[in-house]
Design a protein around this ligand. Sequence first.
Ligand SMILES: *Cc1c(COP(=O)(O)O)cnc(C)c1O
Length: 395
Amino acid sequence: MMIYADNAATTKMSRAAIEAMTACLEEEYGNPSSLYALGQRAKERLEQARGEIAAVIGADPGEITITSGGSEADNQALRTGAALGKRAGKTHIISTAFEHHAILHTLKRLEEEGFSVTLLPVHEDGLVRVEELEAAIREDTCLVSVMYANNEIGTIQPIREIGEICRKHGVLFHTDAVQAVGHVPIDVKDQNIDMLSSSAHKFHGPKGIGFLYARKGVRLVNLIEGGAQERGKRAGTENVAAAAAMAAALKETAGSMAETAPRLRALRDRLIAGLREIPHSALNGDAEKRLPGNVNFCFEGIEGESLLLLLDDRGICASSGSACTSGSLDPSHVLLAIGRVHDVAHGSLRLTLGEDATEEDVDYLIRNVKEVVEYLRGFSPIWRDLVQGKARFIL
Ligand SMILES: *Cc1c(COP(=O)(O)O)cnc(C)c1O
């Protein structure tokens, strides 16, 4: 038995994406900038992909810039907001404490370059408060960047309301929607989104490709100088095959969302109910305002790392948080941001279900997590102290 329950880290490429990719690699290998028919066919393939991507989020094709993935899109969006702000004498940026490191580390850089950054607190439910965002906006605020759905705890932010407030105050609004695109309905116009980042490998496309939506009128600054590809906003010969695969994956994942999301939500809730039976455990983040496949728990008195290794022995691919921080012993910045203390944050487990998950999979997950948690607690000195009353339970 092998259960892949780490779809927030990456997803398996879909059959449609692999087919689109190989067809391009074999046939449309021309350079889209070349004038002969082979090159122009590659260009058409690229523009078809751009159109299909744009349609899924309610954008115009000209508003989509293809990037190497979510991290690059995040970097470019923040650098754009910062540069446009600076030109207008505005150097204050608002974001949140639980963003992906592609955002947090870029903000650090911008701070070193003279920008000031306010990171909004995230409440225990894993949600930012719109009133707190509005109160944080200053005369010199140029950019707000709030992630659509968190990659660890899956909580979905009030994006339309945030966009409305930003528009009211004349502040650009960017959202890192890498976890959301293809999994929840998005309409950039209706939701007042100025810039949005996405990555193909989170919706069954290939790794190393993604896109940045920038509303018409928002002039992107480019991170990579060179040729005039992507309307001069992202130099380098286009990866047509990966772009075609990204579009094929997105069309399929987003197109089946109406059927898969309710099924996935039911499975998620079954998993949550099963894991809640484990004593001294807690779900991280709001139970409803979260991605259809996301489950994230803390179990008191255990180490997340040991839990993962023992689950791996039982054929379960899971995570303690984001792939970017695994391997380090620091607890997740996301769990700390929602107020979990260090010891509790260490005992975390993220299970993210894929569209093909079944009830049997979920029951296998519940049974095995229960057994492994109990086993680990059996020889944990921290757990012994808790049971003997030498330390106080938190959960
Ligand atoms: C995965 C992820 C990224 C990074 O995307 P890459 O394509 O891997 O660079 C950024 N933000 C969030 C929320 C993510 O989940």
